[in-house]
Design a protein around this ligand. Structure first.
Ligand SMILES: [Zn+2]
Length: 194
């Protein structure tokens, strides 16, 4: 049995065979529709959508309205797990253009970054669900450590400070939170000395 290709694969095939060429929309659509029919006997219903989605994923460069280009260099050097400009916009909108930790926005003088909630190093994908807005400072704090790691370290440090300052109330507060970490077995590698 012949392995069935997807409609998107067909569009990809066309662009790979025409690298670095500014391809007007009708050219690839006409080819894909007729080629799809030839190969499968079926009608290619929405080639526009496949092209738009490839551009969104960063596989195609939108040169101008209705003109797309495939640049192998561009695709090769793009990290597939980086957010595309379109994804970044959506994540910013969903996050209300504010840091998910401190709630500050551009009007508060902070620079906003789009962060992978689950880091790329740990297999985090460039999906809208895996994105969040962080200010430069909190992005720096979080960096490639997981969210809970950062949280636990914060409370361990705060606990130590409270202990040193003899602030029982703050100590109890931190201890209560750290007990929750223990209860759920979160980040056991971060040691908390009671
Ligand atoms: Zn922040």
């Amino acid at each position: 049995m012949v392995k069935r290709i997807s409609q998107k694969d067909l569009i990809v095939e066309y662009f790979i065979n025409h690298p670095n060429k500014e391809v007007p929309h009708p050219e690839v659509v006409d080819w894909a529709v007729s080629e799809w029919h030839k190969r499968t006997g079926e009608v290619f219903r929405d080639p526009d959508r496949a092209i738009r989605s490839l551009a969104q994923q960063g596989f195609l460069i939108k040169v101008k309205k209705g003109v797309y280009m495939y640049d192998p260099e561009h695709v090769e050097h793009r990290d597939l797990e980086d957010f595309t400009p379109a994804q970044k916009r959506e994540i910013l909108e969903r996050g209300g253009y504010r840091c998910a930790v401190c709630g500050k926005g551009i009007e508060d003088g902070v620079e906003l970054h789009i962060d992978h909630i689950r880091p790329k190093d740990l297999g985090g994908k460039a999906t809208i669900e895996n994105g969040q807005v962080l200010c430069a400072k909190h992005n720096f704090i979080k960096k490639n450590t997981g969210q809970t790691t950062t949280g636990k370290k914060l409370f361990v440090n705060l606990y130590e400070q409270a202990k040193a300052a003899g602030d029982d109330e703050l100590m109890n507060f931190c201890a209560s939170i750290l007990e929750v970490f223990e209860k759920f077995n979160m980040n056991g590698h971060i040691v908390w000395k009671k």
